[in-house]
Design a protein around this ligand. Sequence first.
Ligand SMILES: [Zn+2]
Length: 142
Amino acid sequence: MIKQFIDLNDGKKGLLIYMRGIIDFKDNRIKEEWYSNKLNPRLTNYVLMVALFTWTELEKRIMLTSLYRTKKEEKEYNSSGIHNAWRAVDIRTSNFTELEIEKIVKFCNENFHYDVNGLNSVAVYGDARHKDHIHLQIGWRV
Ligand SMILES: [Zn+2]
């Protein structure tokens, strides 16, 4: 267990218990991206909170399947470009039941905010592009 302070981007400092064992990675690339500390710090906090939530509430770990995407990859996925900006991650859903997925999405959208406008959801799941993963995203404005 490693204790880490992560800047929340809003002047506060949050003490997070960084439990390596409760986050899995699809492959080494994703693992390296996670530990590169390039992911937006507020989103990093959200991912850790989701991991703690699924661990304590569902006794399951999360697996990250996508963090950063190059511009070329974003085009291939017909994506918005938000992964390219280090402001989105994808969490695999095949190890969760539909009810569990619903709980995770609800937890995220009730506790996290996208940006000051609050027009977008942090957790996106269930539409044509997000069937096998929960897409977690945040805006660039706090
Ligand atoms: Zn995504």
